[in-house]
Design a protein around this ligand. Structure first.
Ligand code: NCD
Length: 337
C-alpha cells in the first residue's frame, strides 16, 4: 500500500506488511508521545477533525497526535453545529472542508459515509468510525497493543487466542480487529455475545476462509479460561431503536476481579476500546480491575497516540523528517517522574 496521500477508511486496504510498517513508525514516535521530545514537522499543516457522532478519545487522540507533530486542529463536533443539518451532502461538505485542511479525520453514524466523503475530498481522509461498520485506527492501535503485550511475554501476534465479548453486531472496533487478525497465522477467536448481537455472519465467513479458528458462544465463563486476551465491548446503545431495547442486553457479560481471577489465566490481558459503560446495570468491565497489571485499557489509549502520529507521518510523507524538526522539551514533564 502506498500511504502517501491515501485515505484510510477500512482494514480491507491493509496487507500484513503495511500493518508492520505502521507499527515500526509508531515505535519511533514514543519520545514524542512521552513528551521527552517535541517535533514541529507538521508546522503549518491543518487537520480538519470532523466528528458527526459522539467521541471523546478518538477525536482528542487524533487532534493531540497532530498537535504533537506541530500541526493545527480545526474541529466540528456533532450534526447540529454543522451544515449537514441544513441538508448539505457529505460530498459538498468534503469539497469545502478539504479546501481548508491538509488532512481530515472523520466519524459519522452512517456505514460507508466516511468512504463516500473521501471520494469528494481533495486531501487524505482517515476514518474515526462509520456507524457499525469499521473503526480502522482503533483496530490498528488495538493490535499494536496486543503486539506489545504479547512481546512482553516473549510471544508474537501469530498463535494468539482472543475472546471478543459483548455487542459484536454493532461494535465496529471488533469488526476491524477481526479483519486485521486475518493477516496473521494460527489465530483463534472466541466470539461471545447474546444471540441477537452476534458478529456479522459474512465477516465470520471471511475470517474462517483466511484460516482463523472461530468459536461462537453466548456463554462467558467457559470460554475465557484459556485465552491470551479478553476484549470486552460496550452495548452500542446508540445503534438500537430504543434505550429499552439496549437494556435487554446490558450487563450480560461482566468481567470483574473475582471472575477474572477465578476463570482466566494469570497472564490473560484485559482490553476494551473504551468508553466502558460503568453504570450499575451494565458495568461490563469493573473498576475493581483498575490496578491489575494485566489491564491494558489505558495502554491502549496511550498507544493510540503513537499509531495516529505514525499514520499522519506516513500519509503526509514526513516519516523521515520527524526527527529533523525535533527538540527536547524544556518544561517539567510529569510523565517521567
Ligand atoms: C469505540 C467506538 O466509537 O466505536 N470507541 C472508541 O472510539 N474508542 C467503542 C464504543 O464506543 O463503544
Amino acid at each position: 500500500m502506498n500511504f502517501v496521500g491515501a485515505h484510510i477508511v477500512s482494514i480491507d486496504q491493509f496487507q500484513r506488511v503495511d500493518v508492520e510498517e505502521v507499527f515500526s513508525v509508531a515505535d519511533r514516535m514514543l519520545p514524542y508521545a512521552l513528551r521527552q521530545r517535541v517535533t514541529r514537522v507538521l508546522e503549518g499543516a491543518i487537520l480538519g477533525n470532523m466528528f458527526f457522532e459522539a467521541s471523546t478519545r478518538t477525536r482528542v487522540s487524533f487532534g493531540s497526535a497532530f498537535n504533537l507533530m506541530g500541526g493545527e486542529v480545526r474541529e466540528t463536533a456533532g450534526f447540529d453545529s454543522s451544515a449537514l443539518i441544513k441538508g448539505e451532502s457529505l460530498q459538498d461538505t468534503a469539497r469545502v472542508l478539504s479546501g481548508f485542511s491538509d488532512v481530515i479525520c472523520m466519524r459519522h453514524p452512517v456505514e460507508g459515509s466516511v468512504a463516500d466523503f473521501a471520494t469528494a475530498s481533495r486531501v487524505p481522509v482517515l476514518s474515526g468510525g462509520d456507524g457499525a461498520n469499521e473503526h480502522p485506527t482503533q483496530a490498528l492501535l488495538d493490535l499494536y497493543t496486543i503486539r506489545k503485550e504479547m512481546a512482553a511475554k516473549g510471544r508474537a501476534i501469530d498463535g494468539l487466542k482472543i475472546a471478543m465479548i459483548g455487542d459484536l453486531r454493532y461494535g465496529r472496533t471488533v469488526h476491524s480487529l477481526g479483519k486485521l487478525l486475518c493477516l496473521y497465522s494460527d489465530i483463534e477467536v472466541v466470539l461471545i455475545s447474546p444471540k441477537e448481537l452476534r458478529f456479522p455472519a459474512e465477516l465470520v465467513d471471511s475470517m474462517r476462509t483466511s484460516g482463523i479458528r472461530i468459536t461462537v458462544s453466548d456463554h462467558l465463563i467457559e470460554n475465557i479460561t484459556d485465552v491470551d486476551i479478553v476484549y470486552s465491548t460496550r452495548i452500542q446503545e446508540e445503534r438500537f431503536s430504543s434505550k429499552q431495547e439496549a437494556d435487554l442486553y446490558r450487563g450480560k457479560f461482566r468481567l470483574n476481579h473475582a471472575i477474572y481471577t477465578q476463570f482466566c489465566q494469570p497472564n490473560t490481558v484485559i482490553m476494551h476500546p473504551l468508553p466502558r459503560d460503568s453504570r450499575i446495570d451494565a458495568n461490563e468491565l469493573d473498576a475493581d480491575l483498575d490496578t491489575h497489571p494485566n489491564l491494558a485499557i489505558f495502554r491502549q489509549t496511550d498507544n493510540g497516540l503513537l499509531v495516529r502520529m505514525a499514520l499522519f507521518a506516513m500519509v503526509l510523507n514526513v516519516v523521515d523528517q520527524v526527527d529533523d524538526y525535533a527538540f527536547n522539551v524544556r518544561w517539567f514533564n510529569a510523565r517521567q517522574t
